[in-house]
Design a protein around this ligand. Sequence first.
Ligand SMILES: Nc1ncnc2c1ncn2[C@@H]1O[C@H](COP(=O)(O)OP(=O)(O)OP(=O)(O)O)[C@@H](O)[C@H]1O
Ligand SMILES: [Mg+2]
Length: 411
Amino acid sequence: MQRGRADRIRIFRASVTKWQLKVLLTILGMSIIGVVLYVTKTIVDELAANERRTVELYARLLARYYERASDDELLYYIDQTNASIHFPVILTGRDGVPLYPFQQFMINVELDTTLSIEKQKAWLLTYIDDMRRDYPPFEIKGPDGRVIQLIFYANSAVVRELRYVPFVEITLVAAFILVGYVSFSTIRRNEESHIWVGMAKEAAHQLGTPLSSLLAWLELLRINKNSPDEVESTAEQMQQDVERLNVIANRFAKIGAMPSKHKVRVADVLERACRYFETRLPILGKRILLVRDFDDTLEANLNQELFEWVIENLIRNAVDALDRQDGVIEVRLTARPRGGIIVTVKDNGKGMTRKVASRIFQTGFTTKTRGWGLGLPLSKRIIEDYHGGRLTIVQTQPGVGTTFAVEVPAS
Ligand SMILES: Nc1ncnc2c1ncn2[C@@H]1O[C@H](COP(=O)(O)OP(=O)(O)OP(=O)(O)O)[C@@H](O)[C@H]1O
Ligand SMILES: [Mg+2]
């Protein structure tokens, strides 16, 4: 009961993390964009308000100057304000028409003075129209309260550019995320094909066995060609080897393809894997009892080839671990308490020390002279990534044996 719950929590967590991560990243991305937008907007607003205040001050100073034209101190302040203006300002008559000579009534406006006066004026009029669209002009009133002049202004280049910064930043972040996403999924797809490449290596390794036994059967056929019974049984054996070659060829054909899953009777898949080993055990020179205990009713959503390959690996490891005469391997199929299936492969072989057991899922880890150290890491990936399940050691003890469990939840 306790264990069942722990298992469920772990599987639940494993399947939810990827989804959670996506939500978390989206929220994080949105917050970053939000903060950037907010900060830039605050700065831009502040700068724009500052510029507006400066123009206002300038307008007031000018109005005052028109009242008392002889005030030198005022002239000094006007000059000072003038110097602190870093944005375009144009002084016009009260009708909004630029005053002549143009250069004297404007600041920071790049007027092309090589043009004719008329053209300059026309250009300025459109320029003023643009300014009016952004902000209404300030009015400079005379002592009698009548409007004498208008001051038009536009924001400085800094403010104008800053307004675009958030969009540039958002575009950059989006491009970054896109590149990241694409490269991650490419890496993932590459890893997927690595699984098949690994299997292909193993399969190539295995090709030798049925081929050499076929040669032996052929020899037997020649010897027994006059005894129909012998020929019949040899043909049956040959049939199995040919089927095996077919399975291996199929695995090669799948390299690089995205594995698909179908609902299958699990006992059938297990039976095929067991039978393959039973016929091979005499060749391996071992007397091993392969015990099955299958719940025939159980079905699961599996990629049959990959799953069979995993079971084959577990059995092969068990066979390798058996160094005694009365070796027993038990393959058991039961219903998973929370739905789905559990397959256990138990041997009474040499077992593992804690240190070995902690490393068996690392790629390339092997204690065998002719091992690749690929079987378990690939199996784990197949069970966990493709089937959303778990591959674990249930128990192992040096000199006593080992039990592995494959769990696949109901989909
Ligand atoms: N049933 C078992 N009993 C004892 N040790 C085992 C068992 N299964 C796996 N091991 C240990 O785990 C190691 C890694 O196993 P794995 O299947 O990944 O690689 P391998 O069998 O060494 O090589 P291969 O790539 O050919 O499968 C083995 O070398 C062995 O030490
Ligand atoms: Mg192995």
